[in-house]
Design a protein around this ligand. Structure first.
Ligand code: THU
Length: 131
């Protein structure tokens, strides 16, 4: 089943409304496209201890893995900023290991849409064969 970038962005915008970000007030939504057109969404979930916060991108990928998905193509990430914001380093690392060189769609709540490859955001990743 074909999933359009618009649909992916729309899903990321919707789940962003569920973000639990009382500390940063920085609300993020993401929608990860898996095989067979399945979409897994995630929002950031903060914690009073700050360090236990989970980013929207990791929430989405952990949901997908938990549901048995292993093949991924794209992720849309939506923030309420003027321009799209890339995933943090931790999320890039996790996405790289679990999803490979994803297409990353950065969007905001307005008209900003930018597409980059994960390999360009994380040019020299650590991976299991090093250890
Ligand atoms: N955040 C994400 O959800 N994704 C990112 O890639 C960057 C940061 C969240 C974590 C925290 O809840 C808030 O944004 C501010 O850093």
């Amino acid at each position: 089943m074909e999933v359009t970038a618009t649909r992916l962005i729309d899903q990321a915008r919707q789940v962003r409304q569920r973000a639990h970000a009382p500390y940063s007030r920085f609300f993020v939504g993401s929608a990860l496209e898996a095989d067979e057109g399945r979409i897994f969404t995630g929002c950031n979930v903060e914690n009073a201890s700050y360090g236990l916060t989970v980013c929207a991108e990791r929430a989405a990928v952990f949901k997908a893995i938990s549901e048995g998905c292993r093949e991924f193509t794209r992720i849309a990430i939506v923030t309420g900023t003027e321009v799209g914001t890339p995933p943090c380093g931790a999320c890039c690392q996790v996405l790289w290991e679990l999803c490979g060189n994803l297409e990353v769609i950065l969007a905001n709540m307005d008209t900003w849409i930018e597409t980059v490859q994960l390999a360009d955001l994380l040019p020299r990743p650590f991976h299991a064969s090093f250890s």
